[in-house]
Design a protein around this ligand. Structure first.
Ligand code: F6P
Length: 341
């Protein structure tokens, strides 16, 4: 079998781990041949690929980023689906392993409908894909953000300041929630539950008055209850709003309402860079093997997924149908704990 791999959407620690194990499994176990399409869906759209022998992937497990490059090229239109189908036929590619989040796998679902054999692999630091317990890259992102919180906690206490740490998460607050819990933040603000800035300012005042650290973790997509709408926003090819900068607004509000001095840290793309955690290295290794095994069982239009201790397959339709966001009841239970930090 000739298998094409590609990585799409925002990069994520662990992409190389999937590429490595999939290639080794395909070539060494099944005597397949692998090619890597470059820069997400742009690769198959423009027939831009490189050979992927085992020698090209041997030492890449701990390396961040993706050796194939990535992009947010949207190939989901009927014309592009047709173009890719024709290009794959011409290149003699029998099946695709697209590694990506909701957008990348949404295109995979359309290609599968058009007859291209596809096994998706769930990637996103946001951990917001349905059908899987966890996505790779998430634990690495949480660890990086938690390291930042650990560092700013001490300087917050020394200076009796509040520090607002902004993490990624446009629609889902999983990174913020786990970082806030792991780091001992006094509040975590997530997109799923609008926040009351007066209440956050009151928590901060109480802590700084006790000479204790006051760190607030905010997801970039969090919204205040008093949201002002109508700003012009920049959209990417999938129509997502480019956001960020909420930490600055919250810090100003806290300072104005509590009189406490504030600072901000935007963890930003550092969450997506560098070496994956041991957990993500093991997970990506298992997912790459499982994707190739699924192809050889004759499966298609599915995504390999973590279910408890097992790796199973779920339909791409199920995986991309709805975003997996933080249930508000769960948030409120954990927020009550953070309020008593
Ligand atoms: O890939 C997911 C993500 O990291 C989101 O958490 C974040 O909002 C977005 O990508 C940032 O995108 P870009 O890299 O295009 O700035």
């Amino acid at each position: 079998m000739r298998i094409g791999l590609l990585t799409g959407g925002g990069d994520c620690p662990g992409l190389n781990g999937v590429i490595r194990s999939a290639v080794i499994q395909a070539v060494d176990v099944y005597a397949d041949e692998c090619v890597g399409f470059l820069d997400g869906w742009r690769g198959p759209l423009e027939n831009d690929s490189i050979p992927l022998p085992v020698s090209a992937v041997r030492d890449i497990l701990p390396v961040g980023g993706t050796i194939l490059g990535t992009s947010r090229t949207n190939a989901g239109t009927p014309e592009r689906v047709e173009q890719i189908t024709a290009n794959l036929r011409q290149a003699g590619v029998d099946a695709l392993i697209p590694i990506g989040g909701e957008d990348t796998l949404g295109v995979a679902a359309k290609l599968a409908e058009a007859g291209v054999r596809c096994i998706g692999v769930p990637k996103t630091i946001d951990n917001d894909l349905s059908g899987t317990d966890v996505t790779f890259g998430f634990t690495t992102a949480v660890q990086i953000a938690t390291d930042t919180v650990d560092r700013v906690l001490t300087t917050s206490a020394s200076h009796h300041r509040a520090i607002v740490v902004e993490v990624m998460g446009r629609h889902a607050g999983w990174i913020a929630l786990q970082t806030g819990l792991a780091g001992g933040a006094c509040a975590t603000l997530i997109p799923e539950v609008p926040f009351d800035v007066d209440e956050i300012a009151a928590r901060v005042s109480a802590l700084t008055a006790q000479r204790r650290p006051a760190v607030v973790v905010v997801a970039e997509g969090a919204v205040p209850t008093s949201l002002v709408e109508g700003e012009e926003r920049i959209l990417d090819e999938f129509g997502h709003v480019a956001i960020g900068g909420i930490a600055g607004w919250i810090a100003e509000q806290i300072a104005a309402k509590s009189g406490v001095e504030t600072r901000t840290v935007v963890v930003g793309h550092a969450q997506r860079g560098g070496t994956p955690t041991a957990f993500d290295r093991v997970l990506t290794t298992r997912l790459g093997i499982a994707a190739v095994d699924a192809l050889h069982r004759g499966e298609s239009a599915v995504m390999v997924a973590v279910r408890g201790e097992d790796i199973q397959t779920v339909s791409l339709a199920e995986a991309t149908g709805t975003l997996r966001t933080v249930p508000p009841e769960l948030f409120h239970r954990l927020d009550a704990l953070m309020a008593h930090t």
